[in-house]
Write a protein that binds this ligand. Structure first.
Ligand code: GLN
Length: 485
């Protein structure tokens, strides 16, 4: 099911990566009609949705398409128009992180994931809106404007990769890239009825990703179909010497896991704390139905307690803010980004002025809190303690996945909030991430796939597992996708 932005146009706009590739291989000129079609959707709906910060001019994209066809590089992404979150470096294309600080920053280089997309025949269509520096869960923290949810224009699309998810859901792109530090791919995927995957930490290169919290950040794909996400993952994953945290693992054919039957009799766990208090009754109804469908495939589902999971939210926010405060120290108004003429020209004055003007409220809150938890005398009580609990959480997950292959939870405890509903209450806002942040703390892979709809609003199911279980996640996601059709 797609939101009206897609179906009002012809079926062309909702083509899958594979269908598009096959059409382009058969008839290369089809690519030009496809591009025209997607730009028609953008012209018609983008002024309302505002999924993008930068849309590349159509003529430029058509020229790229011409060059692609001439080079005959019709690889796995042949002709796919990829929307990229605006915290991923794109050579020659503005990369703002939705912040005044980087409003006019044009990177001189491509992130590794961008190079790989281009080598696979993909074309970058534009840069998407997000919460400033990826800090948020609704895309309302963008310094420019919020993005709207294509299913209901009064609601948020989730965040922080809300622009990427909205663009894909509304057929303003073939697929997209997001980044996920504590749920920023999965939450918007859940709220927009798309599929979003956060890979195992280290599977996808972070070279060229603007750092938020480096021990948690991962780039991952968002697509309309599970298969598209598998194809994208295959293209962007793999070792990269330019990222010291990138792992040396053999490339996998993720597409081969996207089949309509379980390739293994998975033992599935449900962590009770992830489905207890705070989870909306309607969301739970969709979740329970998903469990039943999986059981009907002969898979087993068992509930388990994991009390430590309750500490995930505070532990995540301490660690994420601490790392953010140190990563964001580089915006000093001297080297790149926002610059200000300051009288007296003392370095501290420039620094103060630029940072006061360049960062939004939430970013400042996090820099202050992050600096606080790292300060002398408090470090042991906050940061160090959080790091220890993180380790215990990791060990609990390792124990769980000795007994189980995978686990399931609702991606978000609630349906997409209305604009303005949670943004002024940081605790309410942070609690949207309750089920997604534990995954990042343990470096595990997870995805969100639509499990059903409630009053026209999509409900996302989170599937997660041990490190490098992406293939299984995609297989189970496909079963959920088929059942939802
Ligand atoms: N909402 C979480 C935060 O604000 C997660 C954001 C993300 O994954 N980038 O930190």
């Amino acid at each position: 099911m797609f939101p009206p932005q897609c179906s009002q146009n012809s079926l062309i706009s909702s083509l899958s990566i594979r269908a598009l590739r096959e059409k382009v291989r058969e008839d290369p000129d089809f690519l030009f009609s496809y591009i025209e079609e997607i730009y028609k959707v953008i012209e018609k709906h983008e002024h309302q949705l505002r999924a993008y910060i930068t849309v590349r001019p159509k003529e430029e994209v058509l020229r790229d398409a011409e060059a692609l066809l001439k080079s005959n590089n019709l690889g796995p992404l042949a002709g796919a128009l990829i929307a990229v979150k605006d915290n991923i470096s794109t050579s020659g294309i503005r990369t703002t992180c939705a912040s005044r600080m980087l409003e006019s920053y044009i990177p001189p280089y491509d992130a590794t994931v961008i190079t790989r997309i281009k080598n696979a025949g993909g074309i970058i269509i534009g840069k998407t809106n997000m919460d400033e520096f990826a800090m948020g869960s609704t895309t309302e923290n963008s310094a420019f404007y919020p993005t709207l949810n294509p299913w209901d224009l009064e609601r948020v699309p989730g965040g922080s990769s809300g622009g990427s998810a909205a663009a894909v859901a509304a057929c303003e792109a073939t697929a997209a890239l997001g980044s996920d530090t504590g749920g920023s791919i999965r939450l918007p995927a859940a709220y927009t009825g798309t599929v979003g995957l956060k890979p195992t930490y280290g599977l996808v290169s972070r070279y060229g990703l603007v750092a938020y919290a480096s021990s948690l950040d991962q780039i991952g794909p968002i697509g309309r179909y599970v298969e598209d996400v598998a194809i994208m993952l295959e293209v962007i994953s793999g070792h990269d010497p330019k990222d010291s945290t990138s792992l040396k693992v053999a490339a996998k054919d993720y597409g081969s896991y996207v089949v309509d039957r379980p390739i293994k009799t998975y033992r599935i766990a449900v962590i009770e704390e992830m489905v207890e208090e705070g989870v909306d009754r309607e969301v739970m109804a969709v979740f329970n139905k998903t469990l039943e469908r999986l059981e009907s495939y002969g898979l087993s589902v068992e509930f388990r307690k994991m009390p430590i999971i309750r500490y995930s939210l505070p532990v995540y926010y301490i660690i994420a803010m601490a790392e953010a405060s140190s990563n964001l120290a580089r915006y000093d108004g001297l080297r790149y980004g926002l610059a200000q003429e300051v009288e007296g020209r003392l370095w501290t004055e420039v620094y103060k002025r630029v940072r006061s003007m360049g960062f939004g409220k939430e970013v400042k809150r996090r820099i202050l809190l992050g600096t606080y938890v790292l300060s002398e005398g408090l470090y042991e009580g906050y940061y160090l303690k959080a790091a220890k609990v993180r380790r215990l959480l990791y060990e609990e997950f390792m124990r769980l996945f000795k007994e189980f292959d995978l686990a399931l939870s609702p991606t978000s405890p609630i349906l997409p909030p209305r604009l303005g509903e949670v943004i002024d209450d940081p605790l309410k806002l942070y609690s949207l991430d309750v089920n997604t942040v534990p995954i990042n703390l343990a470096g595990l892979p997870a995805l969100s796939v639509p499990g059903g709809f409630i009053r026209g609003l999509p409900v996302g199911i989170q599937v997660f597992g041990p490190h490098f279980s992406e293939g299984w996640l995609l297989n189970v996601a496909r079963l959920i996708e088929v059942a939802g059709k």
